[in-house]
Design a protein around this ligand. Structure first.
Ligand code: HEM
Length: 411
C-alpha cells in the first residue's frame, strides 16, 4: 500500500470501495481516509454481494472500537477477510474471545512474551539479523520485501519451537491467510486460498502437539508452554493450543516484515531522516515507533456492535460489522501534527499499530526488540540505501505491505 499519499484526484465518498484491492496495490488509500476522517467519520458500505460494514477512521473512535468489548465484541471474528462469516473459533481462539475469559487466557500464555522474557533473546536475534543483511553487503540488488518475509520466522521459529526445515512452508501459509487475493500467494481463488492455508496451519500445530505428547519431555518453547499452562486450574484444550499457536504464528509472520520494508522505503524517500538516525543511533527506538505509525502493517481490525451503538456522529446497528482503520488513526492530525511527514524525531508514542485495549498485540515486545535490532544493524553497516526498481504493493485490504522492494545498500 502506498504510504506517502499523492496529490491526486478528489474522493467521492459515496462511490469509494474500501474492499477494492486496486486501491491498496496501486491506489492511494491515505487520501481516501483523510476525507473520511474529515467528512464521514462513520462510513457505511454495502458490498455487491449484500454484505455491509461500517468504518471508523478517527483515532479516538478506532481506539474505542478496538478497546471496548462491552459495545464492540471480538467474539464473531476480527479479521475483515472473514466479514459476514461468524468465527467458528469464537470463545476458543484468544483473538476472538472477549474478557473476562480473554484476560485469563492471555495472562497465562503471555508470560513468555513480556519485554523481560524476550530480552535474553537479543543476541540470537542480532545474529539472525546479521545473517539476513549479509547478502546486501556485496552491493548488489537485494529484494528487501521478499527476503523480509522470512525474518520473523528466523526470530520466532526457535521461540515457538518450530524446526528450521518447516519455516519456509509456514511463511508461505501465513502469507496466504493474510493476503489470499495477492497473485504471489493465491491458490485457486480467494476462498480456497484461505481455506487451504488455515486448515494446513492449524493441522501443523495440532500435529506438533500430538508428536510432543507422544515423546513427552519439555523443550521450553512457547508451544510447549501453551501445552502446560492452565486457566483457572484447567489446562488449555488441544483445540485451544492449536488455534492460539496458529494466531501467534500468524501475528509474528505477517506484520513485522512489512513494517521493516515500509520503514526502509520511508528512509529511502527521506535520506535526511536516514542521516539523522545514522548520526545519532539513540534515535533508533524513535525511528521504530515512527516506522510502526507510518506503516501500520495491520491496517485494520474488525469488531461487531453488540447493540445499536452511537459513534462517529452516527449509529452502528446491533450486530453490524465495524472496521477500525488503524492506518488512518495513525495519520489523524488531531494526534500527530503533519501526519503525512515521516519524522524520526516525532513523539510517536501514541501510535496504535499494535492495537489498543485488551487485545493489544501480545507480540509487541518481541516485534519492538526485532525492529530495534534490525534498524540498529542496518544503520551501523550502511551509509545509504537506494531504490533499485519499483516497489510492488501487496493486494490486500487487511495488511499494508509490499511484495517487492529492490534496493541497493552502500557502505
Ligand atoms: C510489527 C509487528 C506487529 C504488528 C504491527 C502487530 C499488530 C497487532 C494488532 C493491531 C493487534 C490487535 C488485534 C485486535 O485488536 O483484534 C495484534 C494482536 C496480536 N498479535 Fe500482533 N503485531 C505484530 C507482531 C506480532 C508478533 C511478533 C506476534 C507473536 C509473537 C504477534 C501476535 C499477536 C497475537 C497473538 C495477537 C492477539 C492478542 C489478543 O487477542 O489478545 N504480533 N497485533
Amino acid at each position: 500500500m502506498r504510504l506517502t499519499p499523492g496529490t491526486g484526484q478528489e474522493t467521492d465518498l459515496d462511490r469509494v470501495d474500501l474492499f477494492d484491492l486496486d486501491l491498496y496495490s496501486s491506489g492511494d488509500p491515505h487520501r481516501v481516509w483523510d476525507v473520511m476522517r474529515a467528512e464521514a467519520p462513520l462510513h457505511h458500505q454495502v458490498l455487491p454481494d449484500g454484505r455491509e460494514f461500517w468504518s471508523v477512521t478517527r483515532y479516538d473512535d478506532v481506539c474505542r472500537v478496538l478497546g471496548d468489548h462491552r459495545f464492540f465484541t471480538s467474539e464473531r471474528g476480527t479479521v475483515v477477510t472473514h466479514l459476514g462469516v461468524d468465527d467458528v473459533a469464537a470463545g476458543t481462539l484468544l483473538t476472538s474471545t472477549d474478557p473476562p475469559r480473554h484476560s485469563q487466557v492471555r495472562r497465562a500464555i503471555g508470560t513468555m512474551l513480556t519485554a523481560r522474557a524476550v530480552a535474553p533473546w537479543e543476541d540470537r536475534i542480532r545474529a539472525a539479523v546479521g545473517r539476513f543483511l549479509e547478502p546486501a553487503l556485496d552491493g548488489g540488488v537485494f529484494d528487501l520485501a521478499e527476503r523480509a518475509l522470512r525474518l520473523p520466522m528466523v526470530v520466532a521459529g526457535p521461540v515457538l519451537g518450530i524446526p528450521e526445515p518447516d519455516w519456509d512452508k509456514l511463511v508461505q501459509l501465513t502469507a496466504m491467510v493474510t493476503a489470499p487475493s495477492d497473485p504471489h500467494f493465491q491458490l485457486g481463488n480467494e476462498a480456497s486460498t484461505l481455506a487451504i492455508s488455515h486448515h494446513e496451519l492449524v493441522t501443523y500445530v495440532t500435529e506438533w502437539v500430538r508428536a510432543r505428547r507422544s515423546t513427552g519431555g519439555r523443550d521450553g518453547s512457547l508451544l510447549d508452554h501453551l501445552m502446560n499452562v492452565s486457566v483457572g486450574g484447567v489446562p488449555l484444550t488441544d483445540e485451544e493450543i492449536a488455534l492460539d499457536g496458529y494466531s501467534i504464528l500468524l501475528g509474528a509472520n505477517v506484520t513485522t516484515p512489512h513494517t521493516v520494508s515500509g520503514t526502509v522505503l520511508a528512509l529511502i524517500e527521506h535520506p535526511e531522516q536516514f542521516a539523522k538516525v545514522k548520526a545519532d543511533p539513540t534515535l533508533v527506538p524513535n525511528l521504530v515507533e515512527e516506522g510502526l505509525r507510518w506503516t501500520s502493517a495491520a491496517c485494520n481490525f474488525m469488531r461487531y456492535a453488540v447493540g445499536d451503538t452511537p459513534i462517529g456522529g452516527g449509529v452502528v446497528p446491533a450486530r453490524g460489522a465495524v472496521v477500525a482503520w488503524i492506518g488512518s488513526a495513525n495519520r489523524d492530525e488531531s494526534q500527530f501534527p503533519d501526519p503525512h511527514e515521516f519524522d524520526v524525531t516525532r513523539n510517536a508514542g501514541r501510535q496504535i499499530a499494535f492495537g489498543f485495549g485488551p487485545h493489544y498485540c501480545i507480540g509487541a515486545p518481541l516485534a519492538r526488540l526485532t525492529l530495534r535490532i534490525f534498524f540498529g544493524e542496518l544503520l551501523r553497516r550502511f551509509g545509504s540505501v537506494e531504490l533499485a526498481g519499483e516497489p510492488e504493493h501487496l493486494r490486500s485490504y487487511f495488511i499494508a505491505g509490499m511484495t517487492h522492494l529492490p534496493v541497493v545498500a552502500k557502505k
